[in-house]
Design a protein around this ligand. Structure first.
Ligand code: DQA
Length: 150
């Protein structure tokens, strides 16, 4: 069974009430429920984890990597500076897709750079919560292709 972790970083637990004009009104709980539904359709398992702490995300990756096939990650503000999270993702060697609800390139300059982008298979920005589902569709396909090639 293919298992994909969906990791969310700082402040994403506040979705629904946090700057709704930028991030929308869907709560993280509802996004995760949508992901679970989509995972059922694809016949894959999704494990959702959110933390406001950089180290907790790194610990999660270190602990769960042996049982994972891929990662979908919205690292929140850590995206822009966490080399430690980047190193943890590299160490995991898992294929990852980076997601941002907002279009980070259309916002403040400090959001334009992602330290994770270059080590991810792809990234999806600006499509709101749909981005998570699109990432799940894409990652499932990529992992299936990879399995066939083996
Ligand atoms: C975000 C964009 C980041 O710049 C910001 O710090 C977030 C959310 C997004 O999903 O658009 O926390 O990752």
């Amino acid at each position: 069974m293919v298992t994909i972790a969906v990791l969310n970083g700082p402040n994403l637990n506040m979705l629904g009430t946090r700057e709704p004009t930028i991030y929308g009104t869907m709560t993280l709980e509802r996004i995760n429920a949508q992901l679970q539904e989509r995972a059922l359709l694809h016949g894959v398992t999704v494990q959702c984890f959110q933390s406001n702490h950089e180290g907790a995300l790194i610990d999660y990756l270190q602990e769960h990597t042996p049982n994972l096939d891929g990662v979908i990650i919205n690292a929140g503000a850590l995206t822009h500076y966490s080399l430690a999270l980047r190193d943890a993702l590299v160490t995991s060697t898992l294929p990852a897709i980076e997601v941002h609800l907002s279009n980070i390139y259309a916002r403040e300059a400090f959001r334009h750079h992602s330290v994770l982008a270059a080590i991810c298979r792809g990234h999806i920005v600006g499509l709101g919560w749909h981005g998570y589902l699109l990432a799940l569709d894409a990652l499932t396909e990529l992992l299936r292709e990879q399995q066939k090639e083996r």
